[in-house]
Design a protein around this ligand. Structure first.
Ligand SMILES: [Ca+2]
Ligand SMILES: [Ca+2]
Ligand SMILES: [Ca+2]
Length: 308
């Protein structure tokens, strides 16, 4: 969504949130600063344990890519603190870790901050990995998806592959052509607010095309009052204005909350994990418009809820 529209809508939302919080100054429920409903786990720890390292950042094309919200500087912004990193369109991803294994305790185990609000949910699918072979990195056979509310529904396209083509002109904003494994083709549309190349130009080897495979969530866009609105999608996704989003303290509110107990293997079987070493977030929508641009998951940091 374009930055200007986002800013004004965010401003409006801030006003309403502030108004709502003011009503709760007496300490009644609903202001995000009282006991949360999840048993066992607090999202109100005052000593946040932020991301310690980003192992990989491979965005798909998008309006914030090659800007300060979608480049190496943006990667640094989410280490140890709140920042902003856009993953671009479908398939774009980031892999990060904390300086400790995240324990699967009762209830939530970590949170991922986003920039979602009432009119903008851009859900990303979250996976976790255990470093079984102890080589300090996540290998392909060490990943488990954390199932969200849409997992297993027929509306989700599993094994969806999109190939993006780098445009010849990389000095200005050009529509980015794509094809998928279902025989479709289209473009990631540019809008008037972003004039740089949308195809990532900082990746190792400077590839001419990018191929991503993953699960695609169905489009969540509706038009309300002549505005394109990206509606919230259940629970269990990053950058999604779900019911848990505003829970938490100054650090953990405006985040989606995740429970390692939702891990599933590639066959969809539940897996019992005592702890995890790596987290991956991947844009799960494949949609763009010339008005608000592509749907792209953003993450603004992550906090482990493992007690010190
Ligand atoms: Ca848990
Ligand atoms: Ca490993
Ligand atoms: Ca977003």
């Amino acid at each position: 969504m374009n930055r200007v529209i986002r800013f004004f809508i965010a401003l409006l939302c801030s006003f309403f949130i502030f108004t709502a919080c003011s009503k709760d100054d007496g300490g009644t429920e609903g202001n995000g600063n009282t006991d949360n409903d999840m048993p066992g786990t607090s999202v109100e720890d005052n000593t946040p344990r932020w991301i310690s390292e980003v192992l990989e950042y491979c965005p798909a094309p998008g309006q914030f890519i090659n800007t300060g919200s979608g480049n190496e500087t943006a990667v640094q912004s989410i280490i140890g603190k709140k920042g902003l990193l856009s993953l671009g369109g479908f398939g774009g991803y980031v892999i990060f870790r904390f300086d400790h294994a995240v324990i699967n305790q009762d209830g939530y185990d970590f949170v991922i901050l986003g920039n979602a609000f009432g009119e903008s949910s851009e859900p990303g699918i979250v996976s976790v990995a255990i470093d079984k072979n102890g080589n300090g990195k996540p290998d392909d056979d060490e990943w488990y998806e954390l199932k969200g509310s849409e997992y297993g529904k027929p509306s989700v396209t599993v094994g969806y592959t999109v190939t993006y083509i780098k445009p010849e002109d990389t000095n200005s904003a050009r529509n980015i052509e794509w094809t998928d494994n279902l025989g479709n083709s289209g473009v990631v549309t540019v809008n008037s607010f972003h004039t740089q190349c949308y195809f990532p130009l900082f990746l190792e080897g400077n590839p001419d095309r990018l191929v991503f495979t993953g699960s695609r969530l169905p489009d969540n866009v509706v038009v309300e009052n002549r505005m394109e609105v990206l509606k919230p999608v259940g629970w269990g996704y990053a950058d999604n204005y779900s019911e848990d989003y505003t829970e938490g303290d100054d650090n953990t509110k405006n985040s989606n909350k995740f429970d390692i107990a939702n891990a599933v293997d590639a066959s969809g079987n539940s897996v019992s994990l005592e702890k995890i070493d790596f987290v991956k977030v991947c844009t799960a929508l494949h949609w763009s418009s010339p008005v608000i641009g592509e749907a792209s998951t953003e993450i603004c940091g992550a906090i482990s809820l493992t007690p010190r």
